[in-house]
Design a protein around this ligand. Structure first.
Ligand SMILES: *Cc1c(COP(=O)(O)O)cnc(C)c1O
Length: 454
C-alpha cells in the first residue's frame, strides 16, 4: 500500500522505523505500511487517505456506544483535573471507583455484587486464576488448582491469559500453556461436528468437560472458564444443547465457573451479559472492552457474594495493579454505562437492530461461497467454503484474508479468522447502516469468489 499522500508516507515511515504492532509480522508490516486511522464518528472511521470505512468490528469488539461521544471525553477531563490518579492499595479509595463498582453490580446478574478492577481483560483473567487458587486454599483444598479451558478460546495475551486461551499459534511461542491449565474441545459444530447433528455435537462437546474433570480428579480442579460465545475464535455460537449440558455438569461437581464476558458483556448479545442470555449463573465474570467502549483501558473481574464470603476469611489477597480502578478510567466507564442505560441502547439492540442484522446477514446464505451464517445479538459470522454440502474449505487459498482485503478496499471492516468472516459492529449501528454493511459484505463475497475463479 504505497501512498501518494506525503503525510501517510511519513506516518508509515514512523511505523516502520519505531513501532512494534501487536499480533503482527513486523517485517511484513514494514514493507506494506499500516493503514493510518485518523478520526472516527458513530460507526465510521476515516483513514489518512480520506477513505470513509464502516467499522464492522467496533474497533476490537469494544466501541459499544460508537465513536465521538464528547460526554466520555468530558468525564475524563473533569476527573483528570479533580483527581488524576490515586492508588487503592493502602486502605484508600476514591469516588469514581466506588460508584463504578456499584453501577456494575446494578446491571450484573443477581448475586454478583463485587468488582476487582484491572487495566485489561488479560489482567482480569490473571486476577481470576490467582483468586480461584486463593479461594480453594482458604477453603482448605489447595490442590484444586487446575483451570479447565477450551481449545480456540481467547482469554488474553499475558502469560496466564494466553495459557487460558486455547490458541495453539500463541502457545507455540514461549512454552505455553503454563502448568495447571488444560483444554477441552470447543463447541464449533461447523468445523468440527463431522456427521453429528449440531445438537448431538453440543452434548458431546459439553461432555468433554465431565470427562476432563473425572480424568484430573475433581479434587484437583479449581474452575472452568469459557466465553458465552467465543469471539476471537470465530464468533462460535454453541449449539442449543451445549450450555444446558455444561450447567448440569457444573452443578454436579464442586468447581467454580468463570464466564469470560470481555466480548459478550455490556450488551453485545442484546442482554447486559452473555451469562444473562444463556442463564449461566457464573461465580466470576471477566470484563473489559465494552466496559469503557474502548475510550480508555479498563478491565475487571466481577465476583459473586458466595466467593467473596470465602475470600473475606482469607486475609490479604496479594495481588493488584498500579492502575487497578484508575479514577479516570472509572469516570469514563461510569459515563459509558450511563449512556448505555439512559439511551436504552441494549434494549434497542435486543428489540430492533439485532433481529434485523441477523435476518439480513442470513440472506447471504444464498451466496455460493457461504457455508453458514450464524450469530447472536450484534455478533455475526460467515463461513466461506468451497462446497456448501460437505462444508469443505478452499484449502490453502487464504480465502478469509482475500475477503478481508476486499472489505478494507471497499470501505468495510470485517475481520477474518481463518476462512470465517466475523462482525461485531458498534451497538449503536442503525438499520440503514446495517443495510450498508450487508450490501458491502455481499459485494466483497462476489469479489472474493471472482478472485478464486480468476
Ligand atoms: C479481548 C479479550 C480478552 C483480553 O482483553 P485485553 O484487554 O486485550 O487484555 C480476554 N477475553 C476475551 C473473551 C477477549 O475477547
Amino acid at each position: 500500500m504505497t501512498s501518494n499522500n506525503p503525510q501517510t508516507r511519513e506516518w508509515q515511515a514512523l511505523s516502520s522505523d519505531h513501532h512494534l504492532a501487536p499480533f503482527s509480522d513486523f517485517k511484513q508490516l514494514k514493507e506494506k505500511g499500516p493503514r493510518i486511522i485518523t478520526h472516527a464518528k458513530g460507526v465510521y472511521l476515516w483513514d489518512s487517505e480520506g477513505h470513509q470505512i464502516l467499522d464492522g468490528m467496533a474497533g476490537l469488539w469494544c466501541v459499544a456506544i460508537g465513536y465521538g461521544r464528547d460526554e466520555l471525553a468530558d468525564a475524563a477531563s473533569r476527573q483528570m483535573r479533580e483527581l488524576p490518579y490515586y492508588n487503592l492499595f493502602f486502605q484508600t479509595a476514591h469516588p469514581p471507583v466506588l460508584e463504578l463498582a456499584k453501577a456494575i453490580s446494578d446491571v450484573a446478574p443477581e448475586g454478583m455484587n463485587h468488582v476487582f478492577f484491572t487495566g485489561s481483560g488479560s489482567e482480569g483473567n490473571d486476577t481470576m486464576l490467582r483468586m480461584v487458587r486463593h479461594y480453594w486454599a482458604i477453603k482448605g483444598q489447595p490442590n484444586k488448582k487446575v483451570i479447565i479451558s477450551r481449545k480456540n478460546g481467547y482469554h488474553g495475551s499475558t502469560v496466564a491469559g494466553a495459557s487460558l486461551g486455547g490458541m495453539t499459534y500463541m502457545h507455540e511461542q514461549g512454552d505455553l500453556p503454563i502448568p495447571g491449565i488444560v483444554h477441552i474441545p470447543q463447541p464449533y459444530w461447523f468445523a468440527e461436528g463431522g456427521d453429528m447433528s449440531p445438537e448431538e455435537f453440543g452434548v458431546w462437546a459439553a461432555n468433554q468437560l465431565e470427562e476432563k474433570i473425572l480424568e484430573l480428579g475433581v479434587d484437583n480442579v479449581g474452575a472452568f472458564i469459557a466465553e458465552p460465545i467465543q469471539g476471537a475464535g470465530g464468533v462460535i455460537v454453541p449449539p442449543d444443547s451445549y450450555w444446558p449440558r455444561i450447567k448440569e455438569i457444573l452443578a454436579k461437581y464442586d468447581i467454580l465457573f468463570v464466564a469470560d464476558e470481555v466480548i459478550c458483556g455490556f450488551g453485545r448479545t442484546g442482554e447486559w451479559f452473555g451469562s444473562d442470555f444463556y442463564d449461566l449463573k457464573p461465580h466470576m465474570m471477566t470484563i473489559a472492552k465494552g466496559l469503557t467502549s474502548g475510550y480508555i483501558p479498563m478491565g475487571g473481574l466481577i465476583v459473586n457474594d458466595e466467593v467473596v464470603a470465602v475470600l473475606n476469611e482469607g486475609g490479604d489477597f496479594n495481588h493488584g495493579f498500579t492502575y487497578s480502578g484508575h479514577p479516570v478510567a472509572a469516570a469514563v466507564a461510569l459515563e459509558n454505562l450511563r449512556i448505555l442505560r439512559e439511551e436504552k441502547i441494549i434494549e434497542r439492540v435486543r428489540g430492533e437492530t439485532a433481529p434485523y442484522l441477523q435476518k439480513r446477514l442470513r440472506e447471504l446464505n444464498d451466496h455460493p461461497l457461504v457455508g453458514e451464517v450464524r450469530g447472536v445479538g450484534l455478533l455475526g459470522a460467515i463461513e466461506l467454503v468451497k462446497d456448501k454440502a460437505t462444508r469443505a474449505r478452499y484449502e490453502g487459498r487464504g480465502v478469509g484474508m482475500i475477503c478481508r482485503q476486499f472489505c478494507f478496499d471497499n470501505g468495510l471492516i470485517m475481520r477474518a479468522v481463518g476462512d470465517t468472516m466475523i462482525i461485531a459492529p458498534p451497538l449503536v449501528i442503525s438499520k440503514t447502516e446495517i443495510d450498508e454493511l450487508v450490501a458491502k459484505a455481499r459485494k466483497c463475497l462476489d469479489l472474493t469468489l471472482s478472485a478464486l475463479q480468476g
